[in-house]
Design a protein. Structure first.
Length: 239
């Protein structure tokens, strides 16, 4: 009976190897704006829309509070700056099911308040900005895969999390979209608006999933071990 139980355990272990969990999420950075007077501005051109960060006190950037850094909640939150660089639509907007969607590429930089340290920079291609038509909120979402998203940082704790080039993703939430009637189109591109924003940047740490040959080798070792157990049991019974 004991040998039979050991064989069942080995088979269950092999099954768990074959079904290893592929990934888990790790928070890199989360932030919120310091003031509602600061806005992300969407400016519509003839065929494209550009997003910029604007503040009366920091031209081209928005003062923010970092509430989570490298998976660690920050109390008190860390003051920093958020800057959009060349965040521009790359294709015509589409509509369907009451939603508006448009792809954007560019760079989002989070620096210390002096602008001298790269806390986190996200370079992305074809991130999707979408929201309900005429709604007051929207989101800019990028994920690698399938899109292009790459993080860099001067912070050692973040560098350690992105060192092996894991999948990277982000979501920027826009609320209080002002330009009646809310999120709308100007021809084939998203119409101009202003809004406040918050954001989360994260990465997936991929677990080691055994190759088929690795599973076979592990299985061979287990089976060999069970064989030895059975042989030893028979030898003991003969003694």
């Amino acid at each position: 009976m004991k040998a039979r139980s050991m064989r069942a355990l080995a088979l269950a272990s092999l099954a768990s190897l074959a079904m290893a969990t592929p990934s888990s999420a790790v928070t890199i950075l989360q932030f919120a704006q310091q003031s509602s007077a600061d806005v992300v501005t969407a400016t519509a051109g003839a065929t494209s829309t550009t997003l910029t960060t604007n503040s009366p006190t920091n031209a081209g950037s928005i003062p923010i509070f970092i509430t989570n850094l490298a998976g660690t909640p920050q109390s008190p939150p860390l003051p920093a700056l958020e800057t959009f660089v060349n965040v521009t639509s790359t294709a015509a907007a589409t509509t369907g099911g009451g939603m508006i969607d448009q792809l954007f590429s560019g760079t989002i930089r989070i620096t210390n308040i002096a602008g001298t340290t790269n806390v986190l920079t996200a370079v992305f291609t074809n991130a999707d900005l979408s929201g309900l038509a005429a709604g007051g909120s929207a989101a800019l979402v990028g994920s690698r895969p399938p899109q292009g998203v790459t993080f860099t940082s001067d912070i050692p704790a973040i560098q350690a999390l992105i060192a092996n080039n894991p999948p990277e993703n982000f979501a920027i939430s826009f609320s209080n979209i002002v330009t009646p009637p809310g999120l709308s189109l100007a021809g084939t591109t998203i119409a101009g608006f202003t809004s406040q924003n918050t954001g989360t940047f994260a990465t997936g740490t991929t677990a080691v999933v055994p190759e088929p040959s690795g599973i076979v080798m592990a299985g061979t070792a287990m089976i060999a071990g069970l064989g030895c157990f059975g042989w030893h049991r028979r030898q003991s019974s003969r003694a």
